[in-house]
Design a protein around this ligand. Structure first.
Ligand code: HEM
Length: 414
């Protein structure tokens, strides 16, 4: 296993480095305490499932991991963090999480989402038409980034034209390098607070502006409905809507961008699978699930133990920080036969890329539809798609997110 002192700069780290490091962790037990990182690691699939299913014992509220206000400089903007956290229900526990999630859930049911299919296909086609028949595509810039951001911005009622700004925020928040993967999570959280502060300030101000404008003239979009909604007899405060909309805006595109890039990379590595998909397009949804299993965008989730709880053979004590490695759980050989093999026909495929339990990804139906539509159109339109060999593929730091930032492709139209 590589030693932390020899870690190269994160830009040189790749998914195989993460997998090798996780194999080393797994040898210490599917559930074990790590003194250096001062946390518990959960690597096995049944164990990860159990932790994620038990929100009473494992809280998503990590506020007390953040640095204390008195330890921060003025510029670190603890208030901005707090403002963003108010409606950011992925970091809240029930009943608060349940109340806020309920307000958005109607917009994301499989049925409502299915109604977006024509628009998703239309945007995909427009974006590919805009490449003007070029034979060199930059998958992320040309399609994988703009498609989901246009869709989520339209759902929320934010101008899609502001997307360069959204991308800057997402990059600042998700392109962080984990300088030492074995550093304690509390230190990581402190460093993140410092770098995230200025971006959150800009994002909060922008969203507050949009929310206030919307209160004056509510439209028929999600922000318009949120400003009018009464939840438990109370109106949502503008400040509460900020984190809520920010969560949907960021979660609603960055992961789908990652999945489209990851799918094209996986297919490039498995030409046999591409031939199968072309011959049998009905396989596409299962192939996308397999991409999510093997290139899980969020490699880990974090929880805080509330009570002493047995997980597998260990008892995780109250107060412990718990890192649930989705990347490792999704390759658990006790659940997935031949776990490193890309099998577009794998069934069942109970991967945890969308999480599990009360926080199960709200946008999963949308992400699946976007991925299916965009990949289906790509395969239809181009008889040949190959990752370019004369230009770099840029990866994000896989400890933060398994995704590419740029993916040059050579394509040939039918
Ligand atoms: C392939 C794409 C996606 C992946 C891999 C993904 C992954 C995840 C994961 C792992 C969680 C659980 C977090 C936790 O338990 O702490 C989550 C939650 C969430 N996701 Fe996604 N996501 C994707 C796409 C989307 C999209 C398109 C949206 C659109 C709105 C979205 C919105 C959300 C929201 C709002 C939550 C929080 C749910 C809650 O806390 O109740 N995600 N996602």
């Amino acid at each position: 296993m590589p030693q932390s002192t020899t870690w190269p700069n994160a830009v040189h780290r790749s998914l195989p480095d993460l997998l090798c490091w996780l194999d080393g962790l797994r040898r210490r037990g599917q559930v074990h305490r790590d003194d250096r990182q001062r946390c518990w690691h959960v690597l096995g699939h049944p164990e990860a499932n159990a932790v994620l299913a038990d929100h009473r014992s494992f809280s998503s509220d990590l506020r007390d991991l953040l640095p204390r206000r008195e330890d921060l400089a003025e510029d670190d903007l603890p208030d901005e963090m707090e403002l963003f956290q108010r409606g950011n229900f992925v970091r809240l526990d029930p009943p608060e999480q349940h109340r806020l999630r309920g307000l958005a859930s109607r917009a994301f049911t499989p049925r409502t989402v299915a109604g977006l299919a024509p628009r998703i296909a239309e945007v995909t086609t427009e974006l590919l038409d805009a490449t003007g028949g070029r034979t060199r595509l930059e998958l992320i810039d040309d399609l994988a980034y703009p498609l989901p951001v246009i869709v989520i911005a339209e759902l929320l009622g934010l101008p899609a034209a502001d997307r360069p700004m959204f991308r800057r925020w997402a990059d600042a928040l998700f392109d962080r390098e984990v300088t030492d993967p074995e550093q304690p999570l509390t230190e990581l959280a402190a460093a993140n607070t410092r770098t995230a502060g200025p971006v959150l300030r800009e994002m909060n101000a922008y969203l507050l502006d949009r929310i206030r404008a919307c209160r004056a003239h509510p439209g028929d979009d999600l922000i318009g409905r949120l400003v009018q909604v009464e939840a438990d007899g109370q109106r949502l405060a503008d400040e509460e809507i900020v984190g809520f909309v920010g969560l949907l805006l960021l979660a609603g595109h960055i992961t789908t961008t990652a999945t489209l890039g990851n799918a094209v990379l996986a297919l490039d590595e498995h030409p046999g699978a591409v031939a199968e998909l072309r011959a049998e397009p009905a396989l596409l949804p299962a192939a996308i699930e397999e991409v999510l299993r093997l290139r899980t965008p969020f490699p880990r989730l974090v929880r805080r133990a509330v009570t002493d709880t047995r997980v597998g053979d260990e008892v995780i004590p109250a107060g412990a920080v718990v890192t649930i490695w989705l990347t490792a759980a999704n390759r658990d050989e006790r659940v997935f036969a031949d776990p490193d093999r890309f099998d577009p026909r794998r069934a069942p495929n109970p991967h945890l890329a969308f999480g599990h339990g009360v926080h199960f990804c709200l946008g999963a139906p949308l992400a699946r539809l976007e991925a299916r539509t965009a990949l289906g159109i790509l395969l239809d339109r181009y008889s040949d798609i190959a990752v370019a060999t004369d230009a770099p593929v840029r990866h994000r730091d896989p400890w933060t997110m398994v995704s590419v930032n740029s993916l040059p492709l050579d394509v040939h139209s039918r």
